[in-house]
Write a protein that binds this ligand. Structure first.
Ligand code: GLA
Length: 491
């Protein structure tokens, strides 16, 4: 029996199902979405996500003149072309083992986030302990761990970067001040950008954030301008302290602060993705897009959700799944972050502990979020990424389901107390399907081509293990352990 000499040696003899994602080949493979939405003339930062042995060099054919490529890092920067339109380019990555190419289209228009945002958020690891250092370390780890090579790109600070609300939180001109842990926000955004990543931050339309830090109320335009000047690319706008301001919970009152901020963001000199955080009030999925959002939380905080018979991510996931008809490119239902690896209990804002979810539950979590076209924002500890966590987060074919250009959210094909099935139509006419056992016993699950809306099946692929399974519908009949999942791409 092999000795367990370290994390990697140990994982080598975990049961086969524990590490599902095969390791990336040393030949280059380019990942990421096929489209990048940007407004005319606005700054672009895009790091070509590619796996394979380093050093790697990059080329881009057909790059608009206003953009440039750093051939050694694969980072594309510059400004989007001034005229709306579709600008198709071919990306190439080359290393000593070979070369890969992939098409990407810059869609210059009025839509951002044409595929769900992917990245990391500080909340569930750092809470009010977040600092400039932890943010930089997260950006470093996004590159060093390889996450960025699969398309993770946003590095987002959540609450607690400003001062406590009230006196002393702004200067004499009303300009928002940071607390002592954030000496220079512009330098922080610059640090993140230099790696080809994007920077996000958080505030509230109310006078105070959820954690009682200074919010934007009465300073919305001034704050948004400051965020753009600093160079931020993503704003989570958290209702919280606005409860005191809203006259009631009527639709116009629920929409008001979000419409206002969206209108301001449109006038800035950079694109800022607007993430509504108001926990799904007023069925936000029905009006979030019209109110100018790119994504909106559909539920309360995942980290506060009580576990029942099942871990809380399932019930949050089911609420989010119900709004499936409303998701589309640039308009995503957000069921909150991916809490695997090491993260801190939100009750008490604790320091990170290892997730108590089983391996099957973690693969189920990632499968659900991917099928639901949810923003894939990890919120565990970036400084404690282990091979298993990365195996769950970084499966190119699972991520391709999430990032599929058609932008449809999976619908629930079937759901009982014991099992459920999600099916997501994809741009190439195939269907991604997830079979989930939520019972306490092993069970057999099966889905028919008819249930998937397909007349016949030309091929089935095991998405997690990245293996062809042939044409037989039998492969859509699986035995699953309690809280296990299988995910297929059916052509
Ligand atoms: C709310 C949000 C969380 C987090 C905290 C910060 O609870 O829903 O995601 O941003 O506020 O205080």
């Amino acid at each position: 029996m092999p000795l367990c000499l370290g994390l990697l040696a140990c994982t080598a003899w975990l049961p086969a199902q524990e590490l599902r994602t095969p390791s990336a080949p040393s030949q280059p493979r380019i990942h990421g979405p096929e489209v990048y939405g940007v407004r005319p003339g606005k700054p672009v930062i895009y790091r070509i996500p590619a796996t394979g042995a380093r050093p790697m060099t990059y080329r881009v054919q057909g790059l608009p003149a206003s953009l440039r490529l750093d051939a050694s890092t694969g980072i594309i920067t510059g400004d989007a072309p001034p005229s709306p339109g579709r600008y198709a380019v071919t990306l190439r990555a080359t290393n000593s083992k070979g070369s890969a190419r992939r098409a990407l289209t810059f869609v210059v228009g009025d839509k951002l986030a044409l595929t769900p945002p992917m990245g990391w958020n500080s909340w569930y690891t750092h809470y009010n302990r977040v600092t400039d250092r932890t943010m930089r370390a997260a950006a470093d780890a996004m590159i060093a761990s390889g996450m960025a090579d699969y398309g993770y790109s946003y590095v987002n600070v959540d609450d607690c970067w400003m001062r406590l609300a009230g006196e002393g939180a702004r200067d004499a001109q009303g300009q928002l001040l940071t607390n002592e842990h954030f000496p220079d926000m512009q330098a922080l955004a610059g640090y993140i950008h230099a790696k080809g990543l994007k920077a996000g931050l958080y505030t509230s339309p109310g006078p105070a954030t959820c954690a009682k830090y200074e919010g934007a109320y009465g300073h919305e335009e001034q704050d948004a301008r400051l965020f753009a000047e600093w160079g931020f690319d993503f704003l989570k706008y958290d209702w919280c302290g606005y409860s005191r301001i809203a006259k009631d919970r009527s639709l116009p009152e629920l929409k008001k602060p979000y419409e206002r901020m969206s209108a301001i963001l449109q006038t800035l000199n950079r694109d800022i993705v607007h993430n509504f955080c108001q926990y799904g009030m007023g069925d936000v999925w029905k009006w979030g897009e019209a109110a100018g959002g790119e994504c909106w939380r559909t539920t309360g905080d995942l980290g506060l959700e009580k576990d029942t018979r099942l871990p809380g991510f399932y019930s949050i996931g089911f609420k989010n799944a119900a709004a499936w008809e409303y998701a589309r490119p640039g308009a995503w239902n957000d069921p909150d972050y991916i809490l695997i690896g090491w993260y801190g209990d939100a009750r008490g804002m604790r320091v990170p502990q290892k997730a108590r979810l089983s391996a099957g539950e973690q693969y189920s979590y990632m499968s659900m979020w991917s099928l639901m076209a949810a923003p894939l924002i990890f919120s565990g500890d970036m400084e404690k990424l282990d091979p298993f966590t990365l195996n769950v987060l970084c499966n190119a074919e699972v991520l391709a389901v999430n990032q599929d250009v058609l932008g449809r959210q999976a619908r629930i094909v079937r759901k009982t107390e014991e099992e459920f099935i999600l099916a997501k139509p994809l741009a190439d006419g195939s269907v991604a399907v997830g079979l989930f056992n939520i019972g306490e016993n092993q069970r057999t699950l099966a889905v028919t081509a008819g249930e998937l809306g397909l007349k016949r099946v030309r091929g089935v692929r095991d998405v997690w293990r990245q293996r062809e399974l042939g044409r037989s519908l039998e492969s859509l009949r699986v035995q699953l352990p309690p809280h296990g999942v299988e995910m297929f791409r059916v052509r």
